[in-house]
Design a protein around this ligand. Sequence first.
Ligand code: FAD
Length: 319
Amino acid sequence: MTHADPILVVGGGVIGLTTAVVLAESGFPVVVKTAEPPEHSTSAVAGALWGPWMVDPRDRVLPWAKQTLDILTDLAEEASTGVRIASGIEVSTTYHEPPEWARLLSDRRACRPDELPPGYCYGTFYSAPLLDMPEYLSYLTTRLKRAGGRLDIARITSLRAADNAQVIVNCTGIGARELVPDPDLYPVRGYHVAVTNPGLTNFIEADTGDDSEFIAIYPHRDHVLLGGTAEKDVWERDPDPGIAHRILARCRSIDPRLADAQVIGHRVGLRPTRQDIQLEAEELPVGWIIHNYGHGGAGVSLSWGCARTVADIVSILID
Ligand SMILES: Cc1cc2nc3c(=O)[nH]c(=O)nc-3n(C[C@H](O)[C@H](O)[C@H](O)COP(=O)(O)OP(=O)(O)OC[C@H]3O[C@@H](n4cnc5c(N)ncnc54)[C@H](O)[C@@H]3O)c2cc1C
């Protein structure tokens, strides 16, 4: 294997594009093949607030999350990346210990009583990168092309015979369930209703006592994404008026400024979920597959760290 052989990245969501950018900017020739364009991926549906909730293995997740936080914080300084540093609150009706990664957020503190919405007893205030995903994916695509990479719309039917590439990076999200195949990978459906922005700038995340339905308010420049749901093993991606109605009612009750906001779209995605994120190299009779999938509800928050791990593996394989 030489530096001149193109690396095939399969998947054009946030994991595939970020991996392709890191490889291309490290000097490797890169081709991305993706069944659907980035704007139709699950990644385009995300809120997307940095925070590696509920993903394992913990010893790898923390460094991946820290590297990604640092890079997204830098990108927030640049125009047209779709990233900004937003402040907001995460509130709850029951107390839970802060996750280990919370210490990475420098201004994190307990909410003052006057910051808690009615009915909520506990909460934290913090600032973190918030991404407008369609804009961010477009930024990544442009950056990939600038570094000499290519993006083709093409479905891969077998990783083991894909284009005779020597190194294939598998970033197919929930598609890996069939492609690998990996029966341990399952979808957790997430739903956002997009509404016009009545002037909100701060995010809100709140529990409801029901693990599958919660409150998420993510303000972007001209719209707000309202959520959310976490429905295990649900594959349906069509809009559901019942779910949308409940999301709107919950979000309007916690922030009445949303009362007259107009619905401008529905965004539904399948979080690719498994016990542990799969980031490992698999040797083939000729060449290698590097798997990079299964990031659940935290792919945006881990994307740069995981991409760098892939680049480290590639550098060892192509020496
Ligand atoms: C409602 C919702 C809110 C979320 N909020 C957050 C958040 O606030 N913060 C956060 O960090 N994460 C969040 N997430 C999770 C995040 O969106 C995912 O972890 C992330 O998008 C996974 O990225 P991916 O690139 O692995 O998968 P995807 O975005 O699904 O991309 C997979 C790509 O692979 C391609 N593909 C699949 N099969 C094939 C094939 N056979 N051949 C070629 N191409 C193929 C697809 O076309 C697609 O381009 C949220 C998710 C949802 C649904």
